[in-house]
Design a protein around this ligand. Structure first.
Ligand code: SD4
Length: 331
């Protein structure tokens, strides 16, 4: 039975209403046994952190034309990397304390191949360099100048990533140099994207300029496989946005995929992921984290620390910006 309720083109609904039932096919022989279905019945779907309508639409175009999940996530997140108005991804991203824009990204495919770039300057599309690391090198991660030089070798052009707007704001920030994480106010707009293609294969990508005015050399969760992104083609995928230090501490995305492996739905797994983080941060309210996940059936879920986080979902049923429930109810 197909429900058409996703068709509200830019409507907002609560994830609770739409969340999927717990996976039922869990084999009881062992905890580690997989709760999954065969992929043949799974329909293409893409989800991404936040309300990135254009990025998810672009990824959906790839899926609709029977492109791979890997191509879909790369093509999709590049939309945000290219958007100078998005000050947390790619060109236009906020710089570090020294005024340098340094980018982090990673990508992972159905065969657990993965690639990442960390703290890379002057290249507009870190997700594509991450893919090149995955496909053209024996390594998973390249950082800093090494990543940048590799990108030039691969034909990427040198680009000034610091826009006038970001430069102006940074100069203003320098007057007080106060480093605070701001909950949901433009500080967390990393794009993490997960897609399932017509073959039922899953891939994911995550890309960011990191925390605004971070210490030089700081790297968060976004380019760290297992933290900012993880995909297991037998189970599903997860990705994160928010204060990366907290996501790294729990290896958040890997944790969520493992929880799905144990039989939790994407929704339940995301909730448990956030709760693990909050257990280590009792009483702390000064940071935001949002997780999203998809399982092999194409069921999705999301959860966050503070209200405000949403994720966009695109499938043959249309597209929708989904509000998610949060650990704190506000205040
Ligand atoms: C980081 N997770 O570098 C990223 C920050 C983020 O939108 O999500 N920014 O910690």
């Amino acid at each position: 039975m197909r429900r058409r309720k996703f068709l509200k083109k830019s409507g907002l609904s609560t994830a609770g209403l739409l969340s999927a039932p717990v996976l039922a096919s869990c084999n009881t022989k062992s905890n580690a046994t997989v709760a999954q279905t065969t992929s043949s019945s799974t329909k293409p779907i893409v989800i991404c952190t936040w309300n990135f309508m254009n990025a998810s639409a672009k990824a959906w175009e790839v899926l609709e034309n029977e492109g791979s999940a890997l191509d879909a996530v790369e093509t999709g997140v590049k939309v945000e990397e290219a958007d100078i108005n998005n000050q947390t991804v790619g060109i236009g991203g906020r710089p570090d304390r020294e005024g340098r824009v340094t980018l982090d990204a990673c990508i992972m495919d159905k065969d657990a191949n993965c690639g990442a770039v960390l703290c890379m300057e002057n290249i507009a599309h870190p997700i594509s360099v991450a893919r090149k690391v995955m496909e053209e090198t024996p390594h998973v991660m390249l950082a800093g100048l090494g990543a940048e030089l590799f990108a030039y070798e691969q034909g990427f052009e040198k680009t000034n990533l610091l826009t006038e707007q970001s430069k102006k704001e940074w100069e203003e920030w320098k007057k007080t140099s106060k480093y605070e994480t701001i909950i949901n106010i433009e500080n967390h707009d990393t794009i993490g994207m997960l897609a399932i293609d017509a073959n039922g294969d899953i891939a994911g990508g995550c890309t960011t300029s990191g925390m605004g005015y971070k210490m030089a050399g700081r790297v968060g969760d976004s380019p760290i496989i297992g933290a900012g992104l993880f995909v297991d083609n037998e189970i599903g995928g997860a990705t994160a946005t928010g204060v990366g230090e907290e996501v790294v501490r729990t290896v958040g995305s890997f944790l969520i995929v493992e929880l799905m492996r144990q039989g939790k739905s994407p929704q339940e797994a995301c909730e448990e992921g956030v709760k693990r983080i909050m257990k280590k941060n009792e009483g702390r309210k000064d940071f935001q984290i949002g997780f999203i996940a998809v399982n092999k059936k194409g069921e999705t879920g999301g959860y966050c620390v503070h209200p405000g986080f949403t994720y966009r979902e695109y499938s043959e049923n249309g597209h929708e910006n989904k509000a998610v429930e949060s650990f704190y109810q506000g205040g």
